[in-house]
Design a protein around this ligand. Structure first.
Ligand code: TRP
Length: 342
């Protein structure tokens, strides 16, 4: 019997992953793989919400994202990788649960509100508006106990908890009430000093960037705008170079000494940037090595997706049988079997 608790979490396949994804989510996921039964979802249905005209791009991103995942050390032997649209039970559960989700719960979701503000009103589809509900279904389908996510996802987990409780009370006690688990650094600044590393802002360092690209990006990085000469005292706080050093430098003592020197004005920006380049490249090197391996063995990436999805399908089928029974909806699988037996 499997006594491990379950985790479900996921990402939209909309492009390459960057350092922000690592410290905000992936780092936690990697650690949790040994102690939990982990389900990692590639939410391509959800990605359609605001990329409906870019299906080809999403298809490509599914593979790229799994390649990113395997390169950082997510292991398909330990964890289950699922492509959402290959398990249409996600859509079925989302539909059934949407019957017990008041529209007001969705309307007041702060993450959704922010995202909707970035789109023009005519571009907001019903599917997009409904995505928090579909995320509830993602989490409940494998009956997850824990959902490791970035801070922006907390409202969706809160909604999931409310709906799981409501379902359990209305129909049958089927679902655990899942807990969120937030990453070490919920929002990593961009290389331009803007609040968030984000593909659309063009301020990312990608997990797949080469040594040379990292070097170029760091050399161009925003530092302390108030510092005019390398010998004048610098500010460490809110300085992206030091934020990244805090996130990735392994030797805390050395880093403290560096900060002291910077504040005194005895070390220049270029020197600090060189230290950051080495820190980031040391961090990225093992990831690059694994990527080279998986690039040479694309069948392993595809196999991880197929095996994971098959496993998820079995689990989804079981949960849906329970859900339909609890809601007194005819189990169509029985209907199909009976019909073919006529
Ligand atoms: N919304 C998440 C993102 O933007 C992806 C996601 C889909 C997810 N389903 C999920 C996260 C379920 C956690 C749990 O990346």
């Amino acid at each position: 019997m499997n006594l491990k608790q379950k985790i479900l979490t996921g990402m939209r396949p909309t492009g390459l992953l960057h350092l922000g994804h690592y410290v905000g989510a992936l780092e936690n996921w990697i650690k949790l793989q040994d102690d939990y039964e982990c389900y990692f979802l590639i939410s391509d249905y959800q990605a359609l919400g605001d990329h409906v005209n870019e299906i080809e791009k999403i298809r490509k991103s599914v593979i790229d994202m799994v390649l990113d995942w395997m390169s950082v050390g997510l292991d398909p032997k330990k964890s289950v990788f699922i492509v959402q649209s290959y398990v249409p039970e996600h859509a079925e559960l989302a539909l059934l649960l949407s019957m017990i989700i008041p529209i007001a719960y969705i309307e007041r979701n702060p993450t959704l509100k922010t995202e909707m503000n970035q789109l023009s009103k005519k571009d907001i589809s019903l599917g997009f508006f409904n995505y928090p509900a579909s995320q509830v279904a993602d989490i409940l389908l494998p009956k997850a106990h824990l959902v490791p996510v970035g801070e922006d996802q907390i409202p969706h987990i809160e909604l999931t908890r409310q709906i799981a409780r409501k379902f359990n009370k209305l129909y049958k006690d089927i679902f655990p009430i899942p807990e969120p688990l937030v990453g070490r650094i919920s929002r990593l600044v961009g290389t331009d000093g803007k609040a968030k590393m984000s593909k659309s802002l063009g301020n990312c360092i990608y997990l797949s960037d080469s040594k040379e690209t990292v070097e170029k990006k760091v050399m161009k990085m925003y530092t302390d705008p108030k510092r005019i000469h390398a010998t004048s005292p610098g500010h460490v706080k809110n300085n992206p170079v030091f934020i990244y050093l805090d996130a990735f430098h392994k030797d805390i003592k050395q880093l403290e000494e560096l900060k002291i020197k910077y504040k005194k004005g005895t070390i220049g920006d270029v020197e600090v940037k060189k230290i950051l380049i080495k820190t980031l490249n040391d961090f990225l090197d093992p990831i690059r090595k694994r990527r080279i391996y998986y690039n040479a063995h694309p069948e392993k990436v595809k196999e991880a997706i197929v095996q994971g999805t098959l496993r998820a399908k079995d689990i989804a089928r079981e949960t849906m049988k329970e859900v339909r029974k609890a809601m007194k909806i005819t189990n169509y699988e029985d209907v199909v079997i009976r019909a073919t037996n006529l």
